[in-house]
Write a new protein. Sequence first.
Length: 334
Amino acid sequence: MRTLSGVQSSGKLHIGNYYGAIRQFVAMQDQGEALFFIANYHALNSVRDAAAAKQLTFETAVSYLALGLDPSKAVLFRQSDIAELAELYWVLGTVVPMSNLERAHSYKDKLAKGQSPDFGLFAYPVLMAADILLYGTDVVPVGKDQVQHLEFARDWATKFNLQYVKGYDPQDPTGAKSKQPGILKLPQARLNEATAVVPGINGEKMSKTYKNTIDLFGPEKEVEKAIKSIKTDSTPPEAPKSLEAPLYQLLKVMAPESEWAEIDRTWREGGQGYGHYKGKLLGYYHAAFDAPRKRYAELCADPAGVEAVLKQGAEKARAYAAPVIAAVRAAVGL
Ligand code: ADP
Ligand code: TRP
């Protein structure tokens, strides 16, 4: 089984990125082949300053390593190091229906939030599909917001295979019966239901765009401030509390299993004030992230070491890409 995923280097990582994505990456590096990359091409849609783009790419790489991705187990690389990606992106784009892109949630959401409708934003799902298809990926761990992109990747791979592989049967994509496997393998999304959406401190989905995050590697004071400002209502300490509250949801994500039952019981029965639970949450944050935060600081002091990891990762990733891009080129007549 081959797993691949990526995170855009478009800002500081927050706990939503960890529980919704990176934690699964770390778990999956021990199962079969795993490739994880920094989506720094995608980030250009929002980061338009060279120094910032470089710095955020570096910080995302450091975050991966600090959170437990291990270059001896997984291939860690930078999206922009793989020239073959741009090639597949173009070829794939020739079979992508405009109507698919027009109904992409990510595009519509970002327009609604006032981002300008550039081609890069419009074509974002095509680049993401190329990311996935280039390496013959089987499984893609992602958050809920990315599921539509996975469906697109499957649809477009099918279209490509139908167009270019004689005798390809979409009911039999691996060619078990027809002996005509697709050139592009159909990937599957792997959603972690338990933490599919981590709420932000104001109750909306945690996202750097909404400025409602609890950051992974930000200054301790800011983390504390963010946790203190998690939105609560005026329910008194002795009363039962709402299960919809972002504080409850965050506790559910972060509490160790051994403590969750007790937290859940007192929350439902009443007896403790919100301050008590915020204190608990801060404790869980420290328990989970103090060690990664220390490693993060150490890695930041060793940029050459981080660069070497990415260079090696790129070489390995290109080896996965080579047979796929060769087959694609031959199939379309390049
Ligand atoms: P942001 O919304 O902050 O811009 P990204 O879109 O860059 O975050 O997300 C990177 C990864 O983290 C994706 O796989 C996404 O699904 C996951 N992710 C981001 N925010 C959350 C969240 N609040 N809950 C769960 N997963 C999330
Ligand atoms: N679009 C993803 C996000 O915003 C990042 C991404 C780019 C990605 N290419 C990918 C994720 C390929 C998984 C597979 O989080």
